[in-house]
Design a protein around this ligand. Structure first.
Ligand SMILES: [Zn+2]
Length: 140
């Protein structure tokens, strides 16, 4: 039996957001287009509306990514610490008091990590998500 398209997309990365890797709430997740359907200039790319270009996403990653490409999205996330440092005195003070420690990391999206895992690790990740969903009363 074939799974419905939405279920296939949900399972693509073991029930996690393709970008940040959080466990997706079955009742509140989005389908994002890796290569955007629309761009800021109003151009439309309807040929990108295919299942291979559809990514399971949490609502916040989907909204933030908007019409950016994956590399534009990566760059914007990479800039977050410097933006917070420029605009938020409370954050800077919390840093001075040692309450927050920044790490310089390269932004890696969850789907990039997942795709690099061997099949056994992917199966383990998928099982872990299923257990998490059962514990939280999700109907599977
Ligand atoms: Zn996310």
């Amino acid at each position: 039996m074939m799974l419905p398209k939405r279920e296939v997309i949900y399972q693509k990365y073991g029930g996690r957001c393709a970008y940040c890797g959080c466990v997706l709430d079955k009742k509140n997740w989005h389908i994002d287009h890796l290569e955007p359907l629309r761009r800021g200039d109003g151009d439309q790319y309807k040929h990108r509306d295919v299942i291979t270009n559809m990514m399971p996403s949490c609502p916040s990653c989907n909204h933030y990514k908007s019409t950016w490409t994956i590399e534009e999205f990566r760059r914007e996330i990479q800039l977050m610490p410097s933006r917070i440092n420029k605009k938020n005195p409370t954050y800077k003070m919390a840093k001075r008091y040692g309450l927050i420690r920044e790490e310089v990391n390269k932004v890696e999206f969850y789907f990039e990590y997942y795709n690099s895992c061997p099949p056994l690790v992917k199966a383990y990740i998928n099982d872990t998500v299923l257990e998490h969903l059962k514990e939280h009363g999700a109907r599977l």
